[in-house]
Every structure is written in structure tokens, then in C-alpha cells.
Design a protein around this ligand. Structure first.
Ligand SMILES: [Cu+2]
Length: 362
């Protein structure tokens, strides 16, 4: 019952996405398809899916501002590729995670320094919450436990890390576009989020790695992106990476990451495109650990339970306003589910991701 309530939010959001797609497709029907494509290319209507951050450079002196909302839902526990129940988690840990939600609100600005060189700044606001169940035989004095040993959720909110990128368009043709980019993660997000004084497991103590708001490290973010656009079809493939440069102040660093993103988009109603995306992600193990965390509290407190391989698939739509007072505004939504997950140790299982984006170019 609890579980159902947790995920009804995700379902509601999905219904809203369907409604939005329907609404904008009705709007799109009176738009002529011809006006969007000149020179055999529909480059003016950017069909990049809502969950893809890097795909294009801007013209000199052109600005883009965007807001993105991301929601990631997790539920249950994986041991490698296999689902395991709470009882097997209790073999080594005092608590077992039930559900986790990670919401991000991202503000992004882009500016074309030259026709080839664009700069991009991103700042996140994160909202994390995790529910857990305690081993039934463990009882703590003064603890307020719900049915079946469920605990009040752990929550953290606040500003995340700041990311600064420079994108360079190597090839900027009508059909083929190739860009390389280099970025840096500036660790603005707190890694000192603590449980409150009455918290059962973390009274005034730092919460697990996953609940922290940033990485605590300066990270290098290289990326190469290829995009092919002809008539109504767009294809793109992107390899991006996160490389941690040093340990953070508490003596750990997250694993390096490599992400391969491939997507197709079809512009089927003039201003409306739909996309299918496949994303593969490999993350290395965490190095070092936070000495104040008791690693057998629950799996996310153990630095060995980080990193792994994931493949996700997404469907999405974007709508580009071509006229009226919303001219040059773009809306996008994307919904994704995992196809394959192979985690190091015990980790929560990804269930779904939702992205929604709005951007304006001027
Ligand atoms: Cu842009």
C-alpha cells in the first residue's frame, strides 16, 4: 500500500505527460510541415530529447535559458543483476531500503561566444528522499516505527554542484554536426548533510553518500557528440564522461563514469518531434570512504555498494513554438525505464525516470 502511494506520483506525472503531448499535437496540426525545413534540414526545430544536456552549439551572441525537471524513482534491492528481498539484506545490514526518489530542478544557460564556441552553465537544486525498513528484531528505545518496522524517510534538499562547459562545433554542416566539449564540475553541493538530532540511525551524523547533494570533488566532464539531421529524421550518438580528479574533504571519491547515449527523433507534425533513446552507463567503484559512516547500517552507507552498469531506454516528445509570443520556446518530456542493471554489491533498483524541459532561445 505504501509502495503504491509512493509511485502514484510517478504515474500522475506520466498522465500529465500524455495529456501535454496530446494537447500540443492538436496545436501542431494547423502548422505547415514545409515551413520548418529549409535546405533539406530541420535544424531550426531542435528535437533533442529532454534528458540529453549536450547536443548543439549556438550562433554568436545567441542565448538559451532552460529549466529542466528530473525525477528518478528507485524501489527494491539488487544484488548484482538479481533482485533480493529485505531478509537477505538483513544478513549484513540493520536496515533495508524500500524506495528512493531523487528530484532535480536544473537551471541552465547557454551563450554563443562565436559561431563555433558555446559556453554552458548548469546548476541543480536537489530533493532526495529514501524510505527504509528495519530488521524486525532490532528495537531502539524511543523509536517511532510504523507498520512492519518502516522508518521515517531520510530527506535532503539543497543546491547541488555547478557545471561549466565549453562546447566547440568541429563540423557544423547541414546534415552532419560534430561537437566536442569539455566541462568542469564545481563542488558547490553540500556533502555534509546530516540527520537531525532525533534521527534513529544518523543523529546529527552525516547521511550516506547517496543522500548528499554533490560529489565534493572537482570533476572533468569531456563529451563528444555526433548529430545527423536530414528531412524529418535526426540521429545522434554521444559519449560523455565524468572523471574525478581527487578525493573530497572526507576522504572518498565517486567512481568515474562513461555514458553512451544514442537516439533517433522523427519530426512527424511540423513542430512536434518524438524520440527513442538508448543510454548505457558504466560507473566505477567508489574510492575511499567516509569514516563517520557505520557501513553496516544499510547498503547505501557502505562505499563498496556503488558503481555498476546500466542500460536505460526512453521515449519522449519535444514541441517547438514557431510563432506567437511563445516563439523560440521549446517544451520536452521524456520517460524512461531500465533495461539492464548490474550493480556492485547491494544497491537500490532503478524503476523509472521522468524528464521535463522548457527552453527559450533569443
Ligand atoms: Cu542551447
Amino acid at each position: 500500500m505504501n509502495k503504491i502511494r509512493k509511485f502514484s506520483h510517478g504515474r500522475n506525472a506520466f498522465c500529465w505527460i500524455l495529456f501535454l503531448v496530446h494537447f500540443i499535437s492538436v496545436q501542431a496540426q494547423d502548422q505547415s510541415k514545409l515551413e520548418t525545413c529549409d535546405k533539406g534540414c530541420c535544424c531550426s526545430s531542435d528535437p533533442t530529447p529532454a534528458g540529453v544536456m549536450i547536443s548543439h552549439v549556438h550562433q554568436k551572441n545567441e542565448w538559451m535559458i532552460s529549466y529542466r525537471y528530473m525525477d528518478m524513482g528507485m524501489s527494491g534491492v539488487l544484488d548484482g543483476t538479481k533482485s533480493v528481498d529485505a531478509n537477505s539484506v538483513y544478513t549484513n545490514y540493520l536496515m533495508s531500503p524500500n524506495t528512493m526518489r531523487m528530484d532535480m530542478h536544473m537551471l541552465m544557460g547557454m551563450y554563443g561566444i562565436t559561431d563555433r564556441l558555446t559556453t554552458m552553465v548548469m546548476l541543480n537544486y536537489n530533493v532526495n528522499s529514501m524510505t527504509m525498513t528495519m530488521l524486525p528484531t532490532v528495537s531502539m528505545p524511543g523509536m517511532d516505527m510504523g507498520p512492519s518496522g518502516s522508518m521515517p524517510p531520510m530527506k535532503t534538499t539543497g543546491i547541488g554542484d555547478l557545471k561549466l562547459h565549453f562546447l566547440y562545433g568541429l563540423i557544423n554542416g547541414n546534415y552532419h554536426q560534430l561537437l566536442v566539449s569539455g566541462g568542469v564540475n564545481i563542488p558547490l553541493g553540500s556533502i555534509q548533510q546530516k540527520g537531525d538530532r532525533s534521527h534513529v540511525m544518523y543523529p546529527n551524523q552525516r547521511l550516506p553518500y547517496m543522500m548528499q547533494l554533490g560529489s565534493g570533488t572537482v570533476d572533468v566532464l569531456p563529451c563528444v557528440n555526433y548529430l545527423y539531421q536530414k528531412n524529418d529524421l535526426t540521429f545522434s550518438s554521444q559519449l560523455s564522461s565524468t572523471i574525478r580528479t581527487a578525493m573530497n574533504q572526507f576522504g572518498y571519491k565517486w567512481g568515474n563514469e562513461a555514458v553512451l547515449n544514442t537516439w533517433f527523433a522523427y519530426n512527424w507534425l511540423g513542430n512536434l518531434s518524438s524520440s527513442v533513446r538508448l543510454e548505457g552507463c558504466v560507473q566505477g567503484k567508489m574510492t575511499g570512504f567516509d569514516p563517520t559512516l557505520y557501513r553496516y547500517n544499510e547498503p547505501s552507507a557502505n562505499s563498496l555498494n556503488y558503481g555498476g552498469e546500466k542500460v536505460n531506454t526512453y521515449i519522449g516528445s519535444t514541441y517547438h513554438f514557431k510563432s506567437g509570443f511563445l516563439k523560440n520556446n521549446r517544451l520536452g518530456v521524456e520517460y524512461g525505464i531500465p533495461l539492464y542493471q548490474n550493480v556492485n554489491g547491494l544497491q537500490m533498483k532503478g524503476k523509472q525516470s521522468i524528464y521535463a524541459s522548457w527552453s527559450v532561445t533569443f
